[in-house]
Design a protein around this ligand. Structure first.
Ligand SMILES: [Zn+2]
Length: 163
């Protein structure tokens, strides 16, 4: 990336941000030669392979609408959902792939959603992972409890993790 001012062939990235629609990354760069700053925009396509094999562009809106239902009645704001969708996109894009299975997006949602709201997480996981019995819920809740213990630095060993 040549500096547009002095044509120096190298530049340093000082800031990167993804556009609101998630389709491009804008980088602020600084020329180490003349010190001036300029912006570049990079667009990386990311497509979702749906279960029926159809490709569609990745959309944060779709992530939000998919998660919103699980968050009904929970203290989760629109901006929480926007941050979650951004994190999901970062997780998905970090693989470097230009295509991702819809199923993998579901997986990428689980971890940030769990940090956001555990009840919403259980609701979402119950649909996404097709919980079909109380035991499935018990296992998921048990796992949350174990993680709470280890996160709070409990000195009791986590037991009953199950298989
Ligand atoms: Zn320059």
């Amino acid at each position: 990336m040549f500096c547009p001012f002095c044509r120096h062939p190298d530049s340093r990235v000082v800031d990167s941000r993804t556009s609101d629609d998630g389709t491009s990354i804008r980088r602020r760069r600084q020329c180490p030669n003349c010190g001036r700053r300029f912006s570049t925009t990079e667009t990386a396509s990311l497509n979702v392979v749906k279960r029926n094999g159809v490709l569609e562009p990745f959309s944060r809106e779709k992530i939000i609408s998919g998660v919103r239902k699980a968050c009904q009645g929970r203290p989760v704001t629109d901006s929480d959902l926007a941050v979650l969708a951004q994190r999901v996109e970062e997780i998905v894009r970090s693989s470097g792939a230009s295509q991702i299975e819809a199923n993998d997006i579901g997986l990428a949602i689980l971890s940030p959603l769990r940090e956001l709201d555990e009840v919403a997480y259980l609701r979402y996981a119950s649909v996404y992972q097709a919980f079909d019995s109380l035991e499935d819920f018990e296992d998921a809740i048990g796992q949350l409890r174990i993680d709470h213990h280890s996160a709070s630095g409990s000195d009791r060993p986590a037991d009953g993790a199950g298989a």
